[in-house]
Design a protein around this ligand. Structure first.
Ligand code: HEC
Ligand code: HEC
Ligand code: HEC
Ligand code: HEC
Ligand code: HEC
Ligand code: HEC
Ligand code: HEC
Length: 380
């Protein structure tokens, strides 16, 4: 049976069967064979395939006489927004009442101040578009269907069935969450001016990186809180983290995923990125989620951590982690060191650099100028 025949048999008895099969035929035949955004083998798989929950199958989303859908969020909000809209989906028979599932309000997340621009950008997403984007001045966008394939999304892998990973000359299906993000935050030709290539930051060949793509370079990171470790030895150890450990809702009771947050940077916890603010558990809550605050402030690794962070010098209130560390990775230095050049500049010799003495030596030196303080190969 061909793909479209399978769709026909799947839809047999359905009122708009002819229309659907015609459109499917065009869409599926004209689409490249590797297009996994199309229906896999002509049937739904994953969360939306359960007829006991969504009795109308295709017609839960493809309503009316026309199968074509724009890919905008409205089609999803029937079930994934507020409770009263969901009641309507139940009333029209698209959704089964009392079925065994939980549906959250994604729209509410997207309305938060720091969010993916799902609600604000309209009419930019194109069906079957290739991401990462190759057109330099293409408008940036992110629709639900850019992160979730409505025909294949799954509870364990909500991004299942999307393409975006480059293998030689081909763009193939992604399998890791970070590959989803790289569809738009790595080599995209239309990345905004001040936004960096995230793949370049997390690359496992860098001198240091947070362990998203692979285990980190350091073999012992003294401040880590259980169950986080540098090198996985016991089953309960966690030595790899994901983008959504740091990016997502500010409210742990809210649906998972980087939809929206009240914290700048679409972060799950607060992170003070400016200098001259007093240290507190709230100021650097994001880092203290995995790194023990008292270890950092008692200088177990960098002997001048507390001096800088708590600002016991020159009447300064405090230096943010962000001034010295990049939360993603560093293509230049060990220990995630990347100086914030809005604050840190060259010293009198024209040097701005960090020299570490191996991954676990706890020794190094800095050459720079910061808040008017000169460091000329200042050692620790
Ligand atoms: C959960 C909602 C949902 C369900 C259920 C669903 N679709 Fe879709 N479908 C969409 C959306 C949204 C698009 C537009 C995708 C885009 O723009 O990238 C789409 C696109 C399509 C396309 C256009 C080509 C393509 O692959 O992008 C075809 C054909 C299609 N659907 C057929 C079906 C059939 C047949 C079924 C039932 C077996 C079905 N869909 C079930 C939401 C759904
Ligand atoms: C007719 C109702 C309905 C519509 C319309 C609908 N969904 Fe769903 N969706 C569901 C149900 C039910 C589940 C399963 C929830 C569960 O298992 O707890 C689900 C699950 C999901 C999941 C996986 C997460 C999980 O918990 O399983 C994602 C992601 C998702 N939907 C995205 C979308 C997107 C994107 C659209 C629009 C293109 C859409 N949905 C349209 C009803 C719907
Ligand atoms: C389909 C494209 C797309 C995908 C996939 C995508 N993003 Fe985005 N993201 C955007 C766009 C567009 C913006 C708005 C800013 C811009 O244009 O870069 C954005 C902004 C952000 C921001 C900044 C938000 C703010 O308010 O400061 C973060 C953080 C982010 N994305 C993280 C992620 C993560 C994590 C993933 C993967 C789970 C991801 N993104 C996947 C398109 C995408
Ligand atoms: C350890 C926590 C952490 C992890 C893991 C993390 N981020 Fe971030 N991310 C941050 C912080 C903190 C900021 C804000 C400061 C900054 O811009 O560097 C940020 C900013 C961003 C931004 C907005 C600024 C910009 O440069 O465009 C994007 C987009 C982003 N991250 C994407 C990602 C992606 C994609 C991943 C996974 C591959 C990821 N992040 C993993 C902490 C993290
Ligand atoms: C930028 C990418 C992105 C966009 C845009 C996006 N999502 Fe998600 N969403 C994710 C990721 C990643 C996860 C899974 C996070 C995890 O499992 O930790 C997720 C999780 C979900 C879940 C499961 C929540 C849970 O608690 O299990 C649902 C349902 C969902 N998304 C629906 C939607 C709908 C509907 C839209 C559009 C209105 C949308 N998403 C837009 C990336 C995105
Ligand atoms: C979700 C958990 C998590 C969060 C949140 C987190 N980290 Fe980490 N961090 C880790 C893990 C795991 C490692 C071990 C990586 C390794 O072995 O190199 C690590 C290592 C580090 C290292 C040492 C890297 C090296 O190569 O020596 C620094 C510096 C660091 N983190 C800073 C931060 C800062 C700053 C923040 C807040 C913006 C932060 N971390 C937030 C989990 C986290
Ligand atoms: C003045 C620059 C500076 C500031 C500000 C700073 N750090 Fe560091 N940090 C360093 C240096 C240098 C090292 C490497 C020490 C070594 O040689 O092992 C380091 C090492 C680390 C490590 C890895 C070793 C360990 O302790 O586990 C973590 C984690 C870390 N810093 C977290 C933070 C956090 C969280 C903040 C903010 C609350 C912060 N740092 C602020 C310079 C700084």
């Amino acid at each position: 049976m061909s793909c479209c025949e399978r769709i026909k048999s799947h839809l047999a008895g359905c009122r708009f069967f002819l229309l659907v099969s015609l459109t499917c035929f065009t869409a599926l035949v004209l689409a490249p064979a590797t297009n996994v955004h199309a229906l896999q083998d002509g049937v739904l798989v994953g969360s939306h395939a359960d007829r006991s929950v969504m009795p109308k199958g295709c017609r839960a989303c493809h309503k009316g006489m026309n199968i074509s859908l724009s890919g905008e969020e409205n089609a999803c909000f029937d079930c994934h927004s507020d409770a009263s809209t969901r009641e309507q989906a139940v009333a029209t028979g698209s959704l089964k009442k009392n079925a065994n599932f939980s549906l959250d309000d994604i729209a509410a997340e997207l309305r938060k101040p720091y969010s993916h621009p799902v609600l604000t950008v309209k009419g930019v997403h194109r069906q079957l578009e290739d991401l990462p984007e190759t057109v330099v001045n293409a408008a940036r966008h992110a629709e639900c269907v850019d992160c979730h394939n409505p025909h294949a999304t799954d509870k364990e892998k909500p991004y299942q069935g999307l393409r975006g990973r480059r293998e030689g000359n081909f763009i193939v299906e992604i399998s890791e969450e970070y590959e989803l993000c790289y569809r738009c935050h790595s080599e995209s030709a239309n990345r905004l001016g001040d936004s960096t290539n995230k793949h370049a930051e997390f690359k496992s060949t860098n001198p240091s990186f947070h362990p998203v793509e692979a285990e980190g370079r350091s073999t012992y990171v003294v401040s880590l809180k259980e169950p986080y470790v540098a090198v996985k030895e016991r089953p309960k150890d966690i030595s790899r983290i994901s983008c959504s450990d740091c990016h997502g809702s500010d409210d742990p009771a809210s649906p998972k995923g980087p939809h929206g947050s009240n914290y700048p940077g679409l972060l799950v916890l607060n992170y003070q990125m400016d200098d001259e603010f007093p240290e507190s558990s709230h100021a650097y809550a994001l880092c203290y989620e995995c790194h023990n605050r008292s270890s950092i402030l008692s200088d177990e690794s960098f002997p001048y951590h507390s001096l800088h962070i708590q600002g016991r010098m020159m009447g300064l209130n405090g230096t943010s982690c962000f001034t010295c560390h990049d939360a993603h990775g560093s293509s230049e230095y060990q220990h995630l060191i990347r100086f914030n050049e809005r604050i840190v500049s060259e010293n009198i010799n024209g040097d701005l650099k960090y020299d570490a003495q191996g991954t676990a030596a706890r020794q190094g030196s800095c050459s720079l100028n910061c808040h008017g303080v000169e460091h000329v190969e200042k050692e620790y």
